[in-house]
Design a protein around this ligand. Structure first.
Ligand code: FE
Ligand code: FE
Ligand code: ZN
Length: 279
């Protein structure tokens, strides 16, 4: 069974996201843990969480994916940037610990001229501290497009991060289809080859989630511009192969395509369920 959802606004809380997911035909969803460009967070509404958990169970919603804010950069150059990353990640994981089946996805970071090695060291330092508490939340490193000084655009860098942390079993990978294509992994013409490479370098058991996005830009352009499914350079056939691939079809899929509103996602989800059925 295909598990698919999309990014939803978390501004009205968990139950509201659950209702919206069901309304648009999703059985999972992604949300920001806080303002994607800001910092502060509202106190956790326990009644809302409990109502959501009941609703999710009754409606078959699984694997909600929490996305860290874009401003969370564990390997920023300035101390205040790293301090925010630390505060936000520790607080996010603590707050998520009561959400059944949740995973926490973050962009590994941008080293901003300090070098990949120093970037990875700083990322590992934060993960080490964040995972020491064992909140039960699996933390996912997102595969990046390689824009600017982003760390994590190669499978080798992601592997180095995992290897640099004492609790690797709590870490997984979220593969973003737009990002990997942008980073130079040709999932459009050689999906099997890319997955073999992933398995060789990281191990497929680490692959926990897929961000499903088409790309506005050509192969290996390191731009990170998402497009609607089938309207970009990846194309519909690539997504049919992804959704029906034996290695991938059991993973949760999350759309982050540019849509005017959630009805756009509803159409895309319907279309992709049809596409997957034609495996
Ligand atoms: Fe992301
Ligand atoms: Fe993504
Ligand atoms: Zn992106």
């Amino acid at each position: 069974m295909l598990r698919i959802g999309c990014h939803l606004s978390s501004s009205k809380g968990y139950l509201s996201m659950g209702h919206e997911a069901v309304r648009i035909g999703a059985d999972t969803f992604q949300f920001f843990t806080r303002n994607p460009r800001g910092g502060a967070v509202k106190p956790l509404d326990v009644a809302d969480v409990l109502a959501y958990l009941t609703f999710a169970k009754e409606n078959g919603l699984t694997a909600p994916l929490a996305h860290a804010p874009y401003t969370l950069n564990p390997c920023g150059k300035e101390e205040r940037v790293r301090d925010f990353a630390r505060m936000a990640m520790l607080e996010d994981l603590e707050r998520l610990s009561g959400i059944h089946g949740v995973m926490y996805n973050f962009h590994p970071g941008s080293h901003v001229g300090q070098g990949v090695q120093e970037g990875i060291r700083l990322i590992c330092e934060l993960l080490e501290e964040a995972l020491a508490k064992d909140t039960g939340v699996t933390v996912l490193l997102e595969t990046m497009a390689g824009k600017g000084s982003e760390v994590g655009a190669t499978f080798e860098e992601l592997r180095m991060i995992i290897d640099g942390v004492g609790a690797p079993e709590q870490i997984g990978i979220c593969l973003d289809t737009c990002h990997v294509f942008d980073a130079g992994y040709d999932i459009a013409s050689d999906l099997d080859g890319v997955l073999e490479r992933f398995d060789h370098v990281i191990g497929l058991s680490k692959l926990k989630a897929i961000h499903l996005n088409d790309s506005k830009n050509p192969f290996a352009s390191h731009k990170d511009r998402h497009e609607k499914i089938g309207e970009g350079t990846l194309g519909m056939e690539t997504f049919r192969r992804i959704l029906t691939h034996p290695v991938l079809c059991g993973l949760p899929f999350y759309l982050e395509t540019p849509q005017e509103n959630n009805d756009g996602y509803a159409r895309e989800i319907r279309m992709l369920r049809g596409l997957a059925g034609k495996g």
